[in-house]
Design a protein around this ligand. Structure first.
Ligand SMILES: [Zn+2]
Length: 195
């Protein structure tokens, strides 16, 4: 465990051995070996700094319950986290796509993460759901974190999954949800080719 009993940190809690961000990203996507996964899970249970960092990876409320890990097809991340990942020296491949737009994409062996910058009009929107569809599967991430003024959602698909994937087309849809129902904000098409 970290820190000193009975003393409350004013700013950030202390961690003597913070989990590297790339390991945290791999953990989130369920890509680690079992030993590493267990080690990280134990650390997270006792460390509010690292579990807070993991919380930035995606919407805690949606993805994290009894288990920290999502094993999801992707995660919505904050601009701060993308900034931190770059600061840490992670190699990010970024794609900017407008609503209704499409992009030819790939992932290289040297890429640590792929960030899709989904351009969207979010003013006045209170809740956004993201639906990731391929020919064979559909995954919905409910109530994703977003800033109405940002004009974009940062979606980070699992780079390890993408690396194994054959050529395929994936459609990511953003939906605005309110009491009366839902309506599409935009569809974003990713035409994936292995590198
Ligand atoms: Zn820690």
């Amino acid at each position: 465990m970290h820190g000193h009993r009975g003393r409350r940190a004013v700013s950030r809690p202390n961690c003597t051995a913070p989990i590297a961000l790339d390991a945290l990203v791999q953990y989130w996507f369920g890509e680690l070996a079992q030993d590493d996964e267990q080690r990280i899970e134990e650390h997270l249970l006792g460390c509010s700094l690292c579990s807070g960092q993991l919380g930035e990876l995606a919407d805690l409320g949606a993805g994290i319950g009894s288990s920290f890990r999502s094993g999801a097809v992707g995660a919505v991340v904050s601009p701060t986290l993308v900034h931190d990942m770059k600061q840490e020296g992670l190699r990010l491949r970024e794609y900017r796509v407008g609503p209704g737009g499409s992009v030819n994409c790939t992932v290289g062996a040297a890429d640590d993460a792929v960030v899709s910058r989904l351009q969207a009009h979010l003013e006045g929107v209170t809740r956004v759901d993201l639906v990731h569809s391929t020919g064979s599967s559909e995954v919905r991430l409910p109530d994703i974190p977003f800033e109405p003024a940002a004009g974009e959602v940062l979606y980070c698909p699992s780079a390890a999954r993408l690396r194994k994937a054959p050529a395929h087309t994936a459609v990511v849809r953003l939906l605005a949800v309110d009491e009366v129902g839902e309506h599409p904000i935009g569809d974003y098409t990713f035409i994936h080719t292995p590198s």
